[in-house]
Design a protein around this ligand. Structure first.
Ligand SMILES: [Fe+2]
Length: 359
């Protein structure tokens, strides 16, 4: 299997990974034949790439690093929690109690899976832009927990970090859709409005006494920056809660590597280098170190374009060498399939760069 930009998918290719909606329900199942009509529909829906079966890469299996049913349950729980919270007014306490009850077993299951795995891997998922907030929230929680595990946080801390990270953008539920989903860059006034989501999030969670303060603070502080350049309060350094500092790093990484209506995704290593570059200034250097240890950035199966003109597919992306994965070359510099696919280890071939990818 490999990820292919939708414009490059040939008609009648077979879908190798399902397309999920905002609640984690399967919109298009694995094994579906992508007819011309279906491809047009997917393009209209704004889907940038899909994972397809491919003869040259049929031994490559890009598996989610958590069980697919756990990811689906997390999406469903995040969807209902964020919507419940946004509509709740006088019953917040009750909702808060239910909320923690609902999220706790799921987050504990995820922690267990991540503990066995020893980190998180970037995983290609396809979803409609309507589901962006929910998929983003789940990915941020998975990355935050991986970093937290690497930093040896206690079981109680991890639970609060996971729940708080799932809810970190709950304030966006109060931002008008025309701003939230604007298909273009925000004006200064719109950006000011968007920034209010951190304050709103804090207000929404304030009376949920069942949520621990540290989980609540994530929504308030995930846009603060160590050097005081963040919002809403412009906090500096250690005044920002550790969970806010962890979520800041993984939130930026996750947002940069996702396609947005107004810009394509950054290449994973570009986003990664941006995070590394911000260590010690915008971001907590210890957290950035934890991020480097915990996250593998190139999803297995991603089609990449190399500076040598070749195209290949990521086979392996080890941690700490994650910017330079192992690639199977399948097309030459004329765009023709190579007669014999071969492997290129970018951690050794330092003159070759990844200059594009299909996701
Ligand atoms: Fe946010």
């Amino acid at each position: 299997m490999r990820w292919v930009a939708i414009r490059n998918v040939r008609a009648n290719s077979v879908l190798a990974q399902p397309i999920l909606d905002e609640r984690g329900r399967i919109l298009l199942a694995r094994g579906v034949l992508l007819s011309d009509n279906l491809l047009v529909k997917l393009r209209t829906l704004g889907i940038g790439s899909v994972c397809v079966e491919d003869a040259l890469t049929d031994d490559i299996v890009g598996k989610d690093f958590i069980s697919p049913h756990v990811r689906q349950q997390m999406l469903d729980a995040t969807y209902s929690s964020l919507n419940d919270l946004a509509s709740g007014t006088h019953v917040r306490y009750v909702r808060g109690a239910r909320l923690r009850q609902k999220l706790r077993p799921l987050v504990e299951e995820v922690i267990e899976e991540l503990r066995n795995l020893g980190g998180a891997e970037q995983f290609g998922t396809v979803y409609l832009s309507d589901g962006e907030l929910y998929h983003h929230s789940v990915n941020v929680a998975l990355f935050a927990l991986s970093v937290g595990l690497g930093m040896k946080l206690s079981a109680d801390q991890l639970l609060d970090l996971g729940i708080g990270a799932l809810l970190h953008d709950v304030g966006k539920m109060r931002i008008p859709e025309k701003v939230l989903k604007k298909p273009g860059r925000l004006t200064d006034a719109e950006y000011t409005e968007m920034k209010l989501h951190a304050q709103y999030g804090y207000e929404i969670l304030l009376n949920d006494h069942d949520l621990h303060g540290s989980a609540r603070l994530i929504s308030y502080e995930h846009h603060e920056r160590m050097d005081g350049t963040g919002y809403p309060r412009g906090l500096v350094g250690g005044d920002i809660h550790l969970f806010g500092r962890i979520t800041a790093v993984v939130d930026v990484y996750e947002a940069l590597t996702a396609n947005r209506v107004y810009r394509p995704a950054y290449l994973p290593h570009e986003a990664y280098e941006l995070i590394l570059g911000g260590g010690g200034t915008q971001f907590d250097a210890t957290v950035v170190d934890g991020f480097v240890d915990a996250i593998s950035i190139y999803p297995v199966g991603m089609t990449v374009e190399l500076s040598s003109g070749y195209r290949g597919v990521v086979i392996h992306s080890p941690r700490r060498q994650t910017q330079r994965p192992l690639v199977r070359v399948i097309e030459d510099d004329n765009g023709q399939p190579v007669s014999q696919p071969f492997e290129l280890d970018l951690s050794r071939e330092l003159t070759v760069q990844i200059i594009g990818c299909e996701i």
